[in-house]
Design a protein around this ligand. Structure first.
Ligand SMILES: [Mg+2]
Length: 310
Protein backbone atom coordinates (compact mmCIF):
# COMPACT_ATOMS: atom_id res chain seq x y z
CA UNK A 1 0.00 0.00 0.00
CA UNK A 2 1.27 3.50 -0.81
CA UNK A 3 2.49 5.67 2.12
CA UNK A 4 0.51 8.80 1.26
CA UNK A 5 -2.28 10.06 3.48
CA UNK A 6 -2.69 13.60 2.10
CA UNK A 7 -2.73 15.37 -1.27
CA UNK A 8 -2.54 19.15 -1.51
CA UNK A 9 -3.70 20.72 -4.77
CA UNK A 10 -3.14 24.20 -6.14
CA UNK A 11 -6.37 25.76 -7.47
CA UNK A 12 -5.50 28.28 -10.24
CA UNK A 13 -4.69 26.54 -13.56
CA UNK A 14 -4.92 23.15 -11.83
CA UNK A 15 -8.44 22.64 -10.45
CA UNK A 16 -9.86 25.78 -12.06
CA UNK A 17 -9.01 27.41 -15.38
CA UNK A 18 -9.54 31.06 -16.29
CA UNK A 19 -8.91 33.42 -19.19
CA UNK A 20 -6.78 36.57 -19.11
CA UNK A 21 -8.34 37.78 -22.37
CA UNK A 22 -10.86 40.49 -21.47
CA UNK A 23 -12.96 43.08 -23.28
CA UNK A 24 -11.02 45.92 -21.69
CA UNK A 25 -8.02 48.00 -22.75
CA UNK A 26 -5.80 45.85 -20.50
CA UNK A 27 -3.97 43.18 -22.47
CA UNK A 28 -3.51 39.59 -21.34
CA UNK A 29 0.23 40.27 -20.97
CA UNK A 30 -0.35 43.29 -18.70
CA UNK A 31 -2.83 41.32 -16.61
CA UNK A 32 -0.17 38.66 -15.99
CA UNK A 33 2.39 41.37 -15.15
CA UNK A 34 -0.04 42.78 -12.56
CA UNK A 35 -0.49 39.30 -11.08
CA UNK A 36 3.30 39.01 -10.70
CA UNK A 37 3.71 42.41 -9.01
CA UNK A 38 4.60 42.88 -5.33
CA UNK A 39 1.41 44.88 -4.80
CA UNK A 40 -0.69 42.00 -6.04
CA UNK A 41 1.24 39.55 -3.86
CA UNK A 42 0.44 41.69 -0.79
CA UNK A 43 -3.21 41.69 -1.94
CA UNK A 44 -3.10 37.87 -2.07
CA UNK A 45 -1.60 37.84 1.45
CA UNK A 46 -4.58 39.86 2.65
CA UNK A 47 -2.38 42.81 3.64
CA UNK A 48 -4.19 45.41 1.49
CA UNK A 49 -7.78 45.89 0.30
CA UNK A 50 -9.01 45.48 -3.27
CA UNK A 51 -9.43 49.25 -3.61
CA UNK A 52 -5.88 50.01 -2.43
CA UNK A 53 -4.53 47.25 -4.67
CA UNK A 54 -6.29 48.53 -7.82
CA UNK A 55 -5.27 52.15 -7.11
CA UNK A 56 -1.62 51.28 -6.44
CA UNK A 57 -1.47 48.98 -9.48
CA UNK A 58 -3.11 51.78 -11.53
CA UNK A 59 -0.32 54.20 -10.50
CA UNK A 60 2.43 51.70 -11.20
CA UNK A 61 1.13 50.55 -14.60
CA UNK A 62 -0.43 53.91 -15.63
CA UNK A 63 -3.90 52.35 -15.82
CA UNK A 64 -7.35 53.48 -14.72
CA UNK A 65 -8.24 51.57 -11.49
CA UNK A 66 -11.84 51.22 -12.74
CA UNK A 67 -10.55 49.53 -15.91
CA UNK A 68 -8.41 47.20 -13.77
CA UNK A 69 -11.54 46.34 -11.79
CA UNK A 70 -13.45 45.54 -14.99
CA UNK A 71 -10.64 43.33 -16.29
CA UNK A 72 -10.46 41.28 -13.10
CA UNK A 73 -14.26 41.04 -12.91
CA UNK A 74 -14.21 39.46 -16.38
CA UNK A 75 -11.32 37.19 -15.42
CA UNK A 76 -13.37 35.98 -12.41
CA UNK A 77 -16.38 35.38 -14.69
CA UNK A 78 -14.24 33.08 -16.84
CA UNK A 79 -13.30 30.80 -13.91
CA UNK A 80 -14.22 27.26 -14.79
CA UNK A 81 -13.85 24.05 -12.79
CA UNK A 82 -11.56 21.32 -14.18
CA UNK A 83 -14.13 18.51 -14.17
CA UNK A 84 -11.59 15.79 -15.05
CA UNK A 85 -9.41 16.57 -12.04
CA UNK A 86 -12.34 17.00 -9.66
CA UNK A 87 -13.90 13.68 -10.77
CA UNK A 88 -10.54 11.93 -10.37
CA UNK A 89 -10.00 13.35 -6.86
CA UNK A 90 -13.51 12.21 -5.91
CA UNK A 91 -12.73 8.69 -7.18
CA UNK A 92 -9.37 8.63 -5.39
CA UNK A 93 -10.90 9.73 -2.12
CA UNK A 94 -13.77 7.26 -2.41
CA UNK A 95 -11.37 4.33 -3.03
CA UNK A 96 -9.22 5.28 -0.02
CA UNK A 97 -12.07 4.56 2.43
CA UNK A 98 -11.37 7.69 4.43
CA UNK A 99 -7.60 7.17 4.51
CA UNK A 100 -6.79 10.04 2.15
CA UNK A 101 -7.21 13.72 3.02
CA UNK A 102 -7.54 16.30 0.25
CA UNK A 103 -6.50 19.93 0.77
CA UNK A 104 -6.31 22.93 -1.53
CA UNK A 105 -3.68 25.63 -1.12
CA UNK A 106 -4.08 28.74 -3.23
CA UNK A 107 -2.52 32.16 -3.75
CA UNK A 108 -5.69 34.22 -3.93
CA UNK A 109 -7.12 37.51 -2.62
CA UNK A 110 -10.18 37.46 -0.38
CA UNK A 111 -12.56 39.06 -2.96
CA UNK A 112 -11.39 36.54 -5.60
CA UNK A 113 -11.73 33.65 -3.15
CA UNK A 114 -15.27 34.69 -2.24
CA UNK A 115 -16.22 34.67 -5.94
CA UNK A 116 -14.42 31.35 -6.51
CA UNK A 117 -16.47 29.63 -3.81
CA UNK A 118 -19.69 30.58 -5.63
CA UNK A 119 -18.58 28.69 -8.76
CA UNK A 120 -20.25 25.34 -9.42
CA UNK A 121 -17.85 22.62 -8.29
CA UNK A 122 -17.86 19.72 -5.86
CA UNK A 123 -16.25 21.54 -2.94
CA UNK A 124 -17.10 18.60 -0.67
CA UNK A 125 -14.02 16.70 -1.92
CA UNK A 126 -11.81 19.04 0.12
CA UNK A 127 -11.17 18.38 3.78
CA UNK A 128 -9.94 21.94 3.96
CA UNK A 129 -9.02 24.86 1.69
CA UNK A 130 -6.13 27.16 2.58
CA UNK A 131 -6.32 30.52 0.75
CA UNK A 132 -3.25 32.76 1.08
CA UNK A 133 -5.44 35.74 2.01
CA UNK A 134 -6.50 34.19 5.31
CA UNK A 135 -3.09 32.66 6.05
CA UNK A 136 -1.35 36.02 5.54
CA UNK A 137 1.28 34.19 3.49
CA UNK A 138 1.63 32.96 -0.08
CA UNK A 139 3.47 30.29 -2.05
CA UNK A 140 6.40 29.82 -2.56
CA UNK A 141 7.12 31.31 0.92
CA UNK A 142 8.00 28.38 3.18
CA UNK A 143 6.00 30.01 5.97
CA UNK A 144 2.74 29.28 4.09
CA UNK A 145 3.61 25.57 3.83
CA UNK A 146 4.61 25.47 7.51
CA UNK A 147 1.29 27.12 8.35
CA UNK A 148 -0.61 24.34 6.52
CA UNK A 149 1.57 21.63 8.10
CA UNK A 150 0.80 22.96 11.59
CA UNK A 151 -2.89 23.72 11.00
CA UNK A 152 -3.78 20.34 9.46
CA UNK A 153 -1.20 18.19 11.21
CA UNK A 154 0.35 17.27 7.86
CA UNK A 155 3.29 14.88 7.56
CA UNK A 156 5.20 16.11 4.45
CA UNK A 157 6.82 12.69 3.90
CA UNK A 158 3.32 11.23 3.44
CA UNK A 159 1.92 14.13 1.42
CA UNK A 160 1.77 14.78 -2.32
CA UNK A 161 1.83 18.42 -3.47
CA UNK A 162 0.51 19.36 -6.95
CA UNK A 163 1.03 22.84 -8.44
CA UNK A 164 1.50 24.28 -11.94
CA UNK A 165 4.30 26.60 -10.75
CA UNK A 166 7.72 24.97 -10.45
CA UNK A 167 8.81 27.45 -7.75
CA UNK A 168 5.91 26.35 -5.57
CA UNK A 169 6.74 22.68 -6.08
CA UNK A 170 10.44 23.26 -5.29
CA UNK A 171 9.48 24.90 -1.97
CA UNK A 172 7.23 21.93 -1.17
CA UNK A 173 9.99 19.44 -2.02
CA UNK A 174 12.46 21.33 0.19
CA UNK A 175 10.16 20.58 3.13
CA UNK A 176 9.89 16.88 2.27
CA UNK A 177 6.65 16.83 0.26
CA UNK A 178 6.39 14.64 -2.84
CA UNK A 179 6.04 17.43 -5.42
CA UNK A 180 4.37 17.08 -8.81
CA UNK A 181 4.43 19.86 -11.41
CA UNK A 182 1.03 20.06 -13.10
CA UNK A 183 1.39 20.11 -16.90
CA UNK A 184 -1.86 18.47 -18.02
CA UNK A 185 -4.77 16.74 -16.33
CA UNK A 186 -4.03 13.52 -18.21
CA UNK A 187 -0.36 13.34 -17.14
CA UNK A 188 -1.04 14.27 -13.52
CA UNK A 189 -3.94 11.81 -13.23
CA UNK A 190 -1.71 9.03 -14.62
CA UNK A 191 1.11 9.96 -12.23
CA UNK A 192 -1.24 10.03 -9.24
CA UNK A 193 -2.82 6.72 -10.26
CA UNK A 194 0.64 5.13 -10.37
CA UNK A 195 1.74 6.64 -7.05
CA UNK A 196 -1.44 5.85 -5.13
CA UNK A 197 -2.27 2.56 -6.80
CA UNK A 198 -0.53 -0.57 -8.05
CA UNK A 199 0.66 0.14 -11.63
CA UNK A 200 1.24 -3.57 -12.36
CA UNK A 201 -2.25 -4.48 -11.24
CA UNK A 202 -3.62 -1.57 -13.30
CA UNK A 203 -1.65 -2.70 -16.36
CA UNK A 204 -2.93 -6.26 -16.05
CA UNK A 205 -6.49 -5.01 -15.68
CA UNK A 206 -6.01 -2.93 -18.87
CA UNK A 207 -4.69 -5.96 -20.79
CA UNK A 208 -7.68 -8.03 -19.73
CA UNK A 209 -10.17 -5.26 -20.47
CA UNK A 210 -8.79 -4.85 -24.01
CA UNK A 211 -8.03 -8.52 -24.62
CA UNK A 212 -7.86 -9.32 -28.34
CA UNK A 213 -7.75 -5.62 -29.25
CA UNK A 214 -4.11 -4.75 -28.58
CA UNK A 215 -3.34 -3.54 -32.07
CA UNK A 216 -0.68 -1.14 -33.26
CA UNK A 217 -1.25 2.46 -34.30
CA UNK A 218 0.49 4.40 -37.05
CA UNK A 219 1.73 7.97 -36.53
CA UNK A 220 -1.54 9.27 -38.00
CA UNK A 221 -3.50 7.30 -35.34
CA UNK A 222 -4.75 4.76 -37.89
CA UNK A 223 -5.15 1.35 -36.28
CA UNK A 224 -3.20 -1.54 -37.83
CA UNK A 225 -5.09 -4.76 -37.30
CA UNK A 226 -2.37 -7.33 -36.79
CA UNK A 227 -1.22 -9.80 -34.21
CA UNK A 228 2.34 -8.55 -33.87
CA UNK A 229 1.79 -6.21 -30.92
CA UNK A 230 -0.27 -8.86 -29.17
CA UNK A 231 2.41 -11.49 -29.74
CA UNK A 232 4.98 -9.16 -28.20
CA UNK A 233 2.69 -8.77 -25.19
CA UNK A 234 2.22 -12.53 -25.10
CA UNK A 235 5.98 -13.05 -25.04
CA UNK A 236 6.47 -10.42 -22.32
CA UNK A 237 3.62 -11.49 -20.08
CA UNK A 238 3.64 -15.22 -20.86
CA UNK A 239 -0.11 -15.02 -20.48
CA UNK A 240 -2.53 -15.70 -23.33
CA UNK A 241 -5.19 -13.31 -21.96
CA UNK A 242 -3.78 -10.60 -24.23
CA UNK A 243 -5.57 -12.47 -27.02
CA UNK A 244 -8.72 -12.87 -25.01
CA UNK A 245 -8.28 -16.65 -24.82
CA UNK A 246 -7.64 -19.01 -21.97
CA UNK A 247 -5.41 -21.68 -23.49
CA UNK A 248 -2.15 -22.69 -21.93
CA UNK A 249 0.66 -20.97 -23.83
CA UNK A 250 2.34 -24.24 -24.85
CA UNK A 251 -0.69 -25.08 -27.07
CA UNK A 252 -0.07 -22.06 -29.30
CA UNK A 253 2.04 -23.38 -32.17
CA UNK A 254 1.22 -21.09 -35.03
CA UNK A 255 -0.40 -17.75 -35.70
CA UNK A 256 -1.45 -15.40 -38.45
CA UNK A 257 0.17 -12.01 -38.61
CA UNK A 258 -2.76 -10.22 -40.25
CA UNK A 259 -6.33 -9.87 -39.12
CA UNK A 260 -9.36 -9.45 -41.38
CA UNK A 261 -10.49 -10.77 -44.78
CA UNK A 262 -7.60 -11.76 -47.08
CA UNK A 263 -6.99 -13.93 -50.15
CA UNK A 264 -4.28 -16.52 -50.47
CA UNK A 265 -2.53 -15.80 -53.74
CA UNK A 266 -0.59 -19.01 -54.27
CA UNK A 267 -2.03 -21.84 -52.23
CA UNK A 268 -0.78 -25.13 -53.68
CA UNK A 269 -2.74 -28.39 -53.52
CA UNK A 270 -1.47 -31.88 -54.34
CA UNK A 271 0.28 -31.84 -57.75
CA UNK A 272 1.04 -28.15 -58.00
CA UNK A 273 -2.54 -27.01 -58.74
CA UNK A 274 -2.94 -23.43 -57.58
CA UNK A 275 -6.18 -21.89 -56.47
CA UNK A 276 -7.34 -18.77 -54.75
CA UNK A 277 -8.88 -19.41 -51.38
CA UNK A 278 -10.83 -16.81 -49.47
CA UNK A 279 -9.66 -16.68 -45.88
CA UNK A 280 -11.77 -14.95 -43.27
CA UNK A 281 -10.49 -14.87 -39.77
CA UNK A 282 -10.34 -12.68 -36.77
CA UNK A 283 -7.06 -13.30 -35.05
CA UNK A 284 -7.65 -15.46 -32.06
CA UNK A 285 -10.52 -17.46 -33.56
CA UNK A 286 -8.27 -18.69 -36.38
CA UNK A 287 -5.48 -19.24 -33.90
CA UNK A 288 -7.85 -21.62 -32.11
CA UNK A 289 -8.21 -23.66 -35.31
CA UNK A 290 -4.48 -23.87 -35.75
CA UNK A 291 -3.68 -24.95 -32.24
CA UNK A 292 -6.57 -27.30 -31.68
CA UNK A 293 -6.91 -28.99 -35.08
CA UNK A 294 -3.47 -28.43 -36.55
CA UNK A 295 -5.24 -28.70 -39.90
CA UNK A 296 -2.84 -29.11 -42.81
CA UNK A 297 -4.59 -26.86 -45.35
CA UNK A 298 -5.05 -24.12 -42.81
CA UNK A 299 -1.37 -24.25 -41.90
CA UNK A 300 -0.58 -23.93 -45.59
CA UNK A 301 -2.80 -20.86 -45.68
CA UNK A 302 -0.88 -19.34 -42.84
CA UNK A 303 2.38 -19.73 -44.76
CA UNK A 304 0.94 -18.37 -48.01
CA UNK A 305 1.40 -14.84 -49.21
CA UNK A 306 -1.77 -13.04 -48.20
CA UNK A 307 -3.10 -10.09 -50.09
CA UNK A 308 -6.01 -7.80 -49.41
CA UNK A 309 -9.25 -8.67 -51.30
CA UNK A 310 -10.06 -6.37 -54.23
MG1 LIG B 1 -1.61 27.74 -10.09
Amino acid sequence: MHPFTTIIFDIGDVLFTWSSVTKTTISSRTLHQILSSHIWHDYERGLISQQVCYETVGNEFSLDPAEIGKAFDQARDSLCCNEDMIAFIRELKCKSNGRLRIFAMSNISLPDYNVLRTKPADWSIFDRVFPSCTAGQRKPDLSFYRHVIAEANVDPSRTIFVDDKLDNVISARSLGFHGIVFDSSKNVINTLRNITGDPIQRGQAYLKLHAGKHHSFADNDNELKENFAQLLLLEMTNDSYVFGINWPLHSVRSFLYLIGVWWTSSTTHGRGISSKVRVTFSGHRFLAHLSQENHCSRQRCSRSILTRPP
